[in-house]
Ligand binder design. Structure first.
Ligand code: GLC
Ligand code: CA
Length: 566
């Protein structure tokens, strides 16, 4: 790659100030799973001080903001997505002062901070719930969703996303409460204006602390079907239910008043209905994450269905087209709930890991939207290969495993499913060095370090100019410094090659072509006719790019190349 004259805009305070409005549109986000990032005090658990110690790493990577997964006080049933006190820091991560230091230091490096906000449910250990479940007359009782049983069973057939019924019996009040996730995560009752007010105040509390935005967890679920009738499909009970816009609009007024950005987790809602949520004028949030390109398997989320590249490119394109009309997308291929992208979209084979990590990265990064990188993705980290159920920590994987065993699966088969798709794959410690515990901790870590750390780690990738890490640094620099790659139009290039994802980004100034081969086959890609006579530059490539001329590009296994036409 050639050198780029552009610098990170925020190194220049003048430009930084000028681009402050809608900063998230031109930036790159980095998602941190605090429990697994860096353990600074040697208790085996990542912490806030650990993150502060690595700000230089984030700065050198070139990211503009950090999305911090939940660090609030929590029993940790779902690693912090079960909040017991929305205004505090869990002692395992440090103190409020440590968080203040982190925010201050990030800002000193011109890196913004986006907090994960879990509005849909609390922990069953939250004071509200502890009172609600004891006393039907408590003002907190109506902060949650209660129904009487029917015919000696649950109030209706609604199910939990973590398996089984969504209703849990509570003896003290002889009622059931609703939980979309684990039974230790009771859903909050957004119909109650006092609850809504309470949540609004929590949001303001964090804004006043200086955070720059929120990632809105499970945000499509705030409204439940008020008839509480049986449904044919679980989504009909609590996904994108009409009336949700009232709650979302109230929230949006707060974000707008204080000028904070929001990115919503908007799974399983079609582009036509979801995209209006991010409409710049009328929307309810700034960016959304959709999940169509990472959900295969129609039966359940651990389904082993093979992914199909034509489906991936179609789904991504549908969203690109919808967003061109209305709003802004968060772009990603990994997060804390998904398998590692190399294992899912690429190849773990040593000969192909580096290339396929880059191909999958380039594939999504240059689309229109704000790219997010999940910790370790920039190294090309791969799934951990668990061999025993004793290694599993994730509540959802454990639950699925137990269900399978009950259904008569043998342990190997049950393990096989969660080994590939289980959420622990993303949650093994960040791999900093080839040394003991990957440099993550000095004591036994809360979750096993993945075996790959000896070859895949920051220290070794720092040293190699051809590393996945350096490729990510280049992608970030390129995207952030090019107006066409930020704002230009998106167009999918038609190809009969089933493993290629090729698209164009263009405006009146420039045309870029992104060509990625997501397979171990070799392909010749004929350039689109209208571009075939135009000179171009190869701006970025991986080892799978063989050659290119005026009419075609030759790609080896997992080849990827970024072209700029004059
Ligand atoms: C979101 C989070 C996931 C969590 C769930 C319940 O999907 O990403 O990790 O388990 O919400 O809060
Ligand atoms: Ca620690």
């Amino acid at each position: 790659m050639g050198t780029f004259p552009w610098k990170r805009s925020h190194n220049n305070s003048e430009v930084f100030r000028m681009t402050q409005a809608n900063w998230w549109q031109h930036g790159v986000g980095y998602q941190i799973y605090p429990k697994s990032f860096l353990d600074a005090n040697g208790d085996g658990i990542g912490d806030l001080t650990g993150i502060t110690e690595k700000i230089d790493y984030l700065d050198k990577l070139g990211v503009d903001f950090v999305w911090l997964c939940p660090i609030y006080k929590s029993p940790g049933i779902d690693n912090g997505y079960d909040i017991a006190d929305y205004r505090s820091v869990d002692p395992q991560y440090g103190t409020m002062q440590d968080l203040d230091t982190l925010i201050k230091e990030l800002h000193r490096h011109n890196i913004r901070i986006v907090m994960d906000m879990v509005l849909n449910h609390s922990s069953d250990q939250h004071q509200w719930f502890l009172q609600a479940k004891q006393d039907i007359n408590s003002p907190y009782h109506d902060y949650y969703i209660w129904k009487k049983g029917k015919n000696g069973g649950t109030p209706n057939n609604w199910t939990s996303l973590f398996g089984g019924s969504a209703w849990e019996y509570n003896r003290a009040t002889d009622e059931y409460y609703y939980h979309l996730y684990a039974r230790q995560q009771p859903d909050l009752n957004w119909e109650n204006p006092h609850l809504r007010h309470e949540m609004h105040e929590i949001i303001k509390f964090w804004i006043k602390k200086g955070v720059d935005g929120f990632r809105l967890d499970a945000i499509t679920h705030l409204k439940k079907l008020q008839t509480f009738e049986n449904v044919d499909n679980p989504d009909q009970a609590s996904r994108n239910i009409p009336g949700i816009e009232v709650f979302l609009r109230e929230l949006k007024n707060i974000y707008d008043h204080y000028g904070v950005m929001t990115v919503g987790e908007v799974g399983a809602v079609p582009p036509e209905s979801a995209i209006k949520w991010v409409d710049p004028q009328k929307g309810y949030m700034d960016l959304l994450f959709q999940f169509d390109h990472v959900n295969f398997g129609d039966n359940h989320k651990f389904d082993f269905a093979t992914k199909s590249i034509p489906t991936v490119r179609k789904k991504l394109t549908d969203w690109q087209i919808a967003a061109a009309k209305q709003g802004n997308l968060g772009l990603f291929i990994e997060n804390h709930d998904l398998p590692r992208a190399v294992s899912y979209f690429g190849s773990e084979e040593p000969a192909y890991r580096n290339r396929s990590a880059k191909a999958a990265g380039l594939m999504y990064f240059m689309m229109k939207g704000t790219p997010f990188i999940y910790q370790g993705q920039e190294l090309g980290m791969i799934n951990d290969h668990i061999t025993s159920i004793n290694e599993v920590t994730d509540i959802d994987s454990l639950r699925h495993y137990q269900e399978r065993i009950k259904d008569g699966y043998n342990t190997q088969m049950a393990l096989h499913e969660i080994a590939f798709k289980g959420r622990d794959n993303a949650r093994t410690p960040m791999q900093w060095t080839a040394g003991s515990l990957a440099g993550f901790s000095t004591t036994t870590s809360w979750i096993k370090v993945a075996d790959s750390y000896k070859t895949i780690n920051v220290a070794s990738e720092e040293k190699s100019s051809n590393s996945v890490l350096n490729f990510y640094r280049q992608m970030i620099t390129i995207k952030k410094s090019d107006i066409t790659l930020q704002n230009g139009q998106y167009m999918l290039e038609k190809t009969r090659a089933k493993d290629l994802i090729v698209y164009r980004r263009f405006d009146t100034q420039a045309t870029w072509l992104i060509i990625t081969n997501l397979s171990n086959l070799t392909y010749n890609y004929p350039l689109p006719q209208d571009l075939a006579s135009q000179p171009y530059h190869v701006i970025l490539k991986n080892d799978g790019y063989i050659t290119g001329n005026q009419s075609k590009i030759s790609l080896d296994a997992w080849g990827a190349v970024l072209l700029k036409f004059e």
